[in-house]
Ligand binder design. Sequence first.
Ligand SMILES: [Zn+2]
Length: 315
Amino acid sequence: MICNTAIPLPMRARLPTRPLLPALGLTLAATLACAPPADDAGADAGPADEPDQGGESSYTQVADGVYQYNAGSHNAFFVDTDGGVVAFDPISTDAAAGLAGAIRSAAPDKPLAAIVYSHSDADHATGAPVLRDAFGDNVPIIAQEKAFPIIVAGGDSDLPPPDLTFADNLTLRFGGRAIELHYLGPSHTDNLLVALVPDAGVLFAVDFVSNDRVGYRDLPGWHFDDLYVALDRLMEIPFETVVFGHGAVGDRGTIERQLAYYADLRDAVQEAVDRGLSEEEAMEQVRLDDYAHWGQYEAWFPMNVGAVYRWLAAS
Ligand SMILES: [Zn+2]
């Protein structure tokens, strides 16, 4: 359940150090989810996944004024509103230059109203200074609050920390368009958010779900207990279309298949643990034939098994 109670922004959000928001006409309404995030003290982001962001870049419109920008193996996301464009995940300095061009092409003469990081991992969050060079130094950066200390500790000038953070939910309103940012609790990293454009039914979701592909390698930075809670919360969001951080656009059925995969993976590995198999034996013997046609199954599925084995064996 995601139930919201509207509260004044200053009570929840880290305010920008500069008077950015009034200058851009940004109005924000922070909302507080009734379910507190699980305790994840000491958690940190996993290593950056899929460092390859080279190759061609392109963008496609997935709904009215809602765009996927692709750069190699990574996708960014941007939303055009009467109050400017909101861009998610600059990806890298090179990709951000392409993203700036895509925004200029799709929404000529529009300002960039905000940059949002889906989470703190460098392979998605790097490159905001390139967008600021293109659109103005005052463009605010927004992220979930747990991303802030991780990014500050990283000390990367190409990955500046957010100016504005939130705990549970934040609704951005530019012009007449709302963009909802939802924190579902720890999943992949402790600070991953998903974004919903309610008037288009489009969701942007990165790394903890993908399109008919198994999880990334040995699931770095994953919080397993909380992952299953986050997946259930995700289905409570009223989206119809999903833009992923990697791979092709999907729909609710795509996410339902991801939920089924992670449930089947847990059950199959639990059975291996119960049979007394070692981690190595489980990685060799556990198979989920229903997903054998999925992307990266041969390369990454055994690593998924090993990661889940370590979680279950330690629980
Ligand atoms: Zn990541």
